[in-house]
Design a protein around this ligand. Structure first.
Ligand SMILES: [Zn+2]
Ligand SMILES: [Zn+2]
Length: 353
């Protein structure tokens, strides 16, 4: 990877456009963009330098998105102008450890899935709460494709576990999957281990997540904890969906796949398995409460959205009527707990399971 640090400091390394300005540009360009995600675990010596390298190449290509870089690798969700995809792909391939990495291309496109390019250096590429020093992270579970996965989950000795959070599995999951009602990945690891503690040797543990990244560590962790047969869905729900569509396989996923961009979800099957949290009507699209200080992630049908002005509660609806300055004063000094601890949970949501 050729890097010229001298040039780096004379070039733009951060966004200068606001989301609104970017939206205008995308609309004016009128070109189709592709929403793409990929990840790779790999030892990166200098994440900051690597981060700058990515930004300097992607910014001129008009790439937008949220990318995490750490000593352990890269996790990227981004969007690329369709006509620059080849250029983007050959740049990615020019990086040793990313050559031919699987690029998950979203099936439902949204030109405004991302409005900024944010490449951030983090301690980890997934906030998994694990102490990686305590187990062998490279001793992973067996990766299975959609065909093998369908066979495995039909086996009565299989326990199928959803490694995502409650607000993700609520709108879509595999038939007969366990969907632990937990708030963090770390909690779900303990919960599942405890529930299966007497079956570490006689059950097949099969896990899945959105794009596969969470299972990479989880499968190694469970093997370390004594589980004998551990499997993970290669490429997650996104790749499964691609394979069942392309190969005409039976689709065992019901509902929508929650995604981490502006689209919030991708349809995998026509079934609607969730309900509006305010009136209970079948509905499966998330929204964020319009009160910036609340921002609660919840499911709201269109008629509740009109009635509640996109708010989660009467309190929030009152607050958004106030002048912006008043709202800011109310917010000052207050900890925004919804964003951090109560993602998708509030006692005001009558129909939240
Ligand atoms: Zn409703
Ligand atoms: Zn609210």
């Amino acid at each position: 990877m050729p890097l010229n640090t001298k040039n780096v400091y004379s070039m733009q390394l951060y966004n200068k456009l606001s989301a609104e300005e970017r939206r205008e540009l995308i609309r004016a360009a009128g070109k189709e963009r592709l929403t793409i995600s990929f990840y790779q675990y790999h030892q990166i010596g200098n994440p900051q330098l690597f981060r700058d390298h990515l930004f300097l190449h992607w910014h001129p290509m008009d790439v937008l998105g949220r990318i995490y870089v750490a000593h352990e690798g890269i996790n990227a969700q981004l969007s690329v102008p369709g006509d620059r995809f080849e250029e983007f792909k050959s740049f990615v391939d020019s990086i040793d450890f990313l050559e031919n990495v699987r690029l998950n291309i979203a099936r439902e496109q949204d030109n405004e899935s991302f409005l900024k390019l944010k490449v951030k250096v983090r301690n980890k590429i997934v906030a998994d709460g694990l102490n990686d020093e305590t187990f062998d992270v490279t001793n992973k579970g067996i990766h299975v494709d959609a065909t093998a996965f369908n066979e495995l989950i039909a086996d009565p000795d299989t326990v199928l576990v959803d490694m995502r959070n409650h607000y993700e599995s609520e709108i879509g999951h595999f038939k007969n999957a366990w969907t632990p009602d937990v708030d963090t990945f770390r909690d779900s690891l303990d919960y599942i281990e405890d529930k299966l503690k007497d079956h570490k040797e006689d059950k097949k543990l099969v896990m899945y997540c959105t794009g596969g990244i969470r299972c990479e560590k989880a499968s190694a962790y469970y093997k370390h904890k004594g589980f004998k047969d551990v499997y993970q869905l290669e490429g997650g729900i996104i790749e499964y969906h691609r394979q069942v569509t392309e190969q005409g396989l039976e689709n065992k996923f019901k509902g929508k796949n929650f995604v981490f961009d502006h689209r919030l979800a991708e349809k995998i099957s026509d079934e609607v398995i969730a309900n509006c949290h305010q009136c209970g009507t079948p509905f499966d699209l998330h929204t964020n409460c319009a009160n910036e200080a609340c921002h609660l992630l919840f499911i709201q049908c269109n008629s509740c959205k009109d009635k509640m002005e996109n708010c989660c509660s009467d309190e929030c609806k009152e607050i958004i009527q106030l002048p912006i300055e008043e709202q800011k004063k109310l917010r000052a000094g207050k900890y925004n707990s919804n964003k951090i601890f109560k993602k998708g949970r509030s006692e005001k949501l009558v129909f939240k399971k």
